[in-house]
Unconditional design. Structure first.
Length: 137
């Protein structure tokens, strides 16, 4: 039995399909958004985060699946919008960001600092440090 493995292009197409589905569902998600604040933007922020991740993946000239996955994870982290976007970035990173380690984590933290004019503490091991943008357990 022959098994075809997915490549970077397939992963990008799958992520794009998920993004389209989320775009269609965003109004419904926004309508039920009541926690922690009923601000009605949860679906919108999730869509914007996924769109940014997808844009970054499409800019990647390396079509190897691990490289595309890494671009999706990094794009989600850098493009996270609102609390729901940060949560979405966490999910994308769990699935696709296993290869982001060490110095690259520091580089991402610095990019976040520069982009949002804030401080970021990167923590390895031990208890998570809440109220920080990146907390790695």
């Amino acid at each position: 039995m022959k098994t075809d493995l997915a490549g970077g292009q397939t992963l990008t197409e799958m992520f794009a399909s998920g993004t389209v589905w989320l775009e269609k569902s965003a109004p419904d998600i926004n309508a039920i958004n009541v926690f922690p604040l009923p601000d009605g933007d949860t679906g919108t922020n999730m869509v914007l985060t996924m769109q940014f991740a997808l844009e970054k993946a499409k800019l990647n000239s390396d079509n190897h699946i691990s490289s595309v996955a890494k671009s999706l994870a990094r794009g989600a982290l850098m493009g996270a919008r609102g609390n729901s976007g940060v949560e979405m970035a966490g999910i994308v990173t769990i699935y696709y960001g296993a290869e982001i380690k060490g110095a690259e984590v520091q580089e991402i933290a610095q990019e976040i600092c520069d982009r949002y004019h804030t401080e970021v503490e990167v923590v390895y091991g031990g208890q998570p440090h809440y109220n920080y943008i990146i907390s790695l357990e």
